[in-house]
Design a protein around this ligand. Sequence first.
Ligand code: SF4
Ligand code: SF4
Length: 590
Amino acid sequence: MRHNRENSIIEIDITNVCHKMCSNCTRFCGHHKKPYYMDFDTFKRAVNSLDGYEGLISTIGGEPLLHPEYSRFAAYLQKKRGKDKLTTTTRGNAILRDYLHYAKFQRWVEASLNAGRGYLLFTSIPRHYYKYFEDVQNTVSDLWLNDHTAISMHQPILISRKDLGIGDEEFAKLRDNCWLQNFWSGTITPKGCFFCEIAGTLDMLFDGPGGKPIEQGWWRQDISEFNDQFHWCDICGMALQTFSRNANEGIDDASPSNYEKLREMNTPKFAKKQVNLVTSTATNNSRLGKDMASVMGNYQPDNDVRIGDVKRNMQPERILRIESLGLPFAKAARNCAEREWLLYAEPHAGLPINFEKLICSRYLNPGYLFRCKFGIGEAVLLSPIAHAAKRLGFDGLRDRNSIDMLAAAWGAKVHVLEPGFEDLPDIDIPYFRDKVFDNYNNDDDFKTRLQQRLQEKGIVEGSNLLVLQSAFVFHTLSIVRLLHNMGHSVYVMSSEKFREYFANWVKNENISYFSDSHFNFTAQSELREELKCQKKFDGAIVPFSFGPSTVKFIDDYTDALRTAENIGGRILGIVNIRRRFVEPEYDIWG
Ligand code: SF4
Ligand code: SF4
């Protein structure tokens, strides 16, 4: 098991309420008779307790956006962070063609920029997503969207090792290697702090004794300090090699003792006969529990495949044209539905034909006021759910009877739409590449660590270095440029999917692309041999995503390390997103 201080994420479970009832939900949604919503004071203590933590802080449910105080929680997170996200100041934060793709891009930028810190949100995009769109964009650096309509495999949790006859000694090893605790996180529930998120949710479901007090630094303690919570592992199937079930089946799997507990409690899901009694876990899909790769293999990494019709919840529904600003505008704002926007156009505003339709096909951050400059006159488009509109209230909106006055009241969140706006790309790669690189280049501690590591390995100026792409592409781009600036000849190997990112950053002759989306040691042997014939390297640098927690369990990473060693001759260093060197925790060839 892993010390929580090393985990990439620590969760805060703010509610157990969800509008879905997926199979084998880690929060046991569908079984709770009493919903809970973490109160603001507890939330504040939870966030404050994580001061100094170097990873992501995640708000999770249930469905976190069903918490009635989510806005207040988000504002507190933002206050704690003390600075804006880089991406909040750019066009993509205001209007997008493809929010789903952008969410992924945004997390690459933010994770690199914040060295793995920041705020994460897991959401299934409930009907009222739009209400919190601005809060999410203000606060969340790592947005995980999953409405669970596409294939999404969930491993059974309510499987007790004792029911399966697994003895203490064997289980101790399995538990130590539990992929979930190693890969994911500890958690804070209203009942305290837990070494593992599942222990926390089991405690909630089965009315356990609670966790450690929510106080500063609890997560710094060694994992052994949590041994009074390890009993939850005995009734949890995550460390076992079992099977997986598609989330949208809505069925939970439980071994006899857990099944009996649910029956006694007569949980809502049990009463609806949505619990499957498991007496044997012998299946041919039995790698679960050993590593996460088999979950990943069944997972849709692309948001546009993962997310179904609910993406409409993230778009404007209707544009209402109002004849004049002032009182009519304020009255209309009062009666608007959540996804309705107001449009006022001066004479000769020259709005494009089908403007309303076009706008409703885009993702517009409702926090923004849009000045539409297409003709001699101007138009203004705004959402009455914007924080700025709420601050102004009815009287404030009524009294702002010119576009200039309204725009002044919106402050920084004003965006200008001009002819051709609909064709602008969502993502300005060169802009973000430079921004993130500046951040790395100003990090003298990291540059010193990098320099020292190379010296320790006997690397002199002008060496030939191989760098492998990581999932966080901006992390790789910045390391490549730093090494180049240190006077080395840098060669990159990357998936084709990142070609656009490396263009005009690395010379064509200094990069090889492969068509798979990840390193695949077996399939890419030809490419490796070709490269080895062409070049001789003094060593390889492997930029990594989180690590070390991800180093141990994901096959793709093992293949990346094998590739680095095979082509580069030796691995000079693995650099995680925290900009620290980490070592593999296992034999990569074993
Ligand atoms: S969306 Fe599904 S998996 Fe997520 S909390 Fe709700 S029920 Fe659980
Ligand atoms: S076995 Fe379950 S409770 Fe124990 S560490 Fe793994 S996921 Fe957490």
